[in-house]
Ligand binder design. Sequence first.
Ligand SMILES: Nc1ncnc2c1ncn2[C@@H]1O[C@H](COP(=O)(O)OP(=O)(O)OP(=O)(O)O)[C@@H](O)[C@H]1O
Length: 655
Amino acid sequence: MTWRARWLGVLRTPVGASAAALLGAVLLLAVLAPVLWGARAEAMDTAQILRPASGAHWAGTDGLGRDIFARVLVATGTSVRLALAATALAVAAGLVLGTAPLLLGVRLGRLVTAVVHIAVAFPGILLALSFAVVFGAGARGAVLAIGFAGAPSFARLTQTLTAAVANRDFVAAARIAGVGRVRVLLRHVLPNVGEPLVVNATIGAGGALLAFAGLSFLGLGVQPPGYDWGRLLGEGLNGIYLNPAAALIPGAAVVVAGLAFNMFGEAVAKGLGVPTGGTFRSLGRRAEPAPAAVAPAPSDVLLNVEELRVSFPGKDGPVTPVRGVSLTVRRGETVGIVGESGSGKSLTALAIAQLIEQPGRVGARRLDFLGADLLTAGPRTLRRLLGTSLAMVFQDPATSFNPTRRIGTQLAEVAREHLGAGRRAAHERAVDRLQAVHIPAARRRARQFPHEFSGGMRQRAMIGMGLMGSPQLIIADEPTTALDVTVQQRVLRLLAELRAAEGVAILLISHDIGVIEQVCDRVLVMYAGRIVEDLPAAELRSAARHPYTRALLAAVPDLATDRDRPLPVIPGRPADPAAPPPGCAFAPRCPLADDHCLTEDPALVSDDAGRRVACWHADRYSPPSAFALHTNTHGAYLCAEQSEAVVTAGPEHEA
Ligand SMILES: Nc1ncnc2c1ncn2[C@@H]1O[C@H](COP(=O)(O)OP(=O)(O)OP(=O)(O)O)[C@@H](O)[C@H]1O
């Protein structure tokens, strides 16, 4: 649904329609009243001083014989104008403070956040009063006071909204494409938080109107001869026993106008599903310093990772979901990472692409890409390297693009940022890249928005975006999981084609060992934040030596699978990253495990052919067919005799 249709939908509801009508009337009055009744409101009549309400003067007259009702109508202009000015100031200051964590980096961002949190804890009216004293009595002082007093809540709202958007894939994609922070903010983040901000500002304007009336009532706001509802209320209150209408009518005006803004904002928020508050999550980059790189990587090694660790603060100390991953990807090679959910595959990919956010920490003995050490490289080198030579494709094609911008523009941005291309040339390259990933009618499609693309097309366009530079490595994290099977195949074929045509290396992450086997040259099997096996994909079924790899293979149905039985699953639960077992992390689920496995973690050992495996019983492997999972009515479990058979099968079965 377009935004216009959604807003029209809101206006068609009874509450939305009446709130809009009321707000429209208030705004119309604010504009027209000074013109229509300005003269009457100023006309003094010494014969009619301090008269009570009557047919001629509906709210009576004031000490100079002026018509109070006309003055209330005319004051609509001043009251609404000043309230809107204060709201605009609050939103602007809130935006600056709220986006600071995104722009200023971790430390300064944290400081600003802390200040905002403290300010939010103060009652707004107290803040406004204190600021009013600082800025001095008068309309300008009151606008500043109310504006700055409202800023902290908008700042927190902005922080919440931007943090939510900043974690979306298209922002990560823009960051990996090297788009600067300010640009990411202006182009990708703010357009996506604009709607809730406007809605909240409308609600805020109602509050500002009340606050303004309060300050003027106390003599801190509008000063004579100017007047607004607060002043009229104050003057009316002096003679409330003689003429109650003089106080009641400006009071009612404040309430009705405040309600109009509030009701309209709330109706729109409800109709559009827009949040009206929230909490904060900070953004930032890794902070852990890592030891310097040792020797230069061999030239055909594109990516060289040694002992990569990713940790997060937990309740009882740091949790380390990636615990020392070492891997290499060579030029033009397709390497797959497979493992159950939670094994640390995505975090490994994000850490390589430098996309782990605070409070996450990344450390490694080595993290080289194209011969450069990513851990010590300056921001410029990182931007250049990651922006042009590395492309990321994420799982969910629905969140990979900024929904508010045309696909072509988003692709072109990469060429403009990195290749210094002009608008036209960048657009042409975008069209060309869309053609390269088989998007039909690419020129027309480039002008469309992401929602006009199907899931598969969006995923291909995302790959196209990665191809805007000249990537040497594409990291694809579950690129086909959200797609249906035929579309999956098309995306996988495209990746294979790119590799053949452009010599791009691919690091493909999937929980589906079938997909990995089909597409990759080499397979890395991850379990509980570590690589437990590394072997050529072609040898997966014949030479897998780790019980976990074999269990994964056994859980994939093939033509020989008995369809009358439930599909086998690996018994037990994956290891908890917060409390990895002392020995081999797979031991509690492994049919081969003995006391040694439960107490000592096996190292990842390489054989002569470069295959690596981390298992104390790797030399006892037997062909995977002998490693079957048996099921009963309670689900799947590993049969004891079967595991015995595997254990006793011994090396003589290796042939
Ligand atoms: N920001 C975070 N803070 C704390 N823990 C996290 C964070 N991100 C991921 N984790 C934890 O790290 C572990 C590994 O996560 P990761 O996303 O890398 O797994 P995965 O193997 O890619 O799984 P999936 O296939 O479900 O994406 C999980 O247990 C997860 O809960």
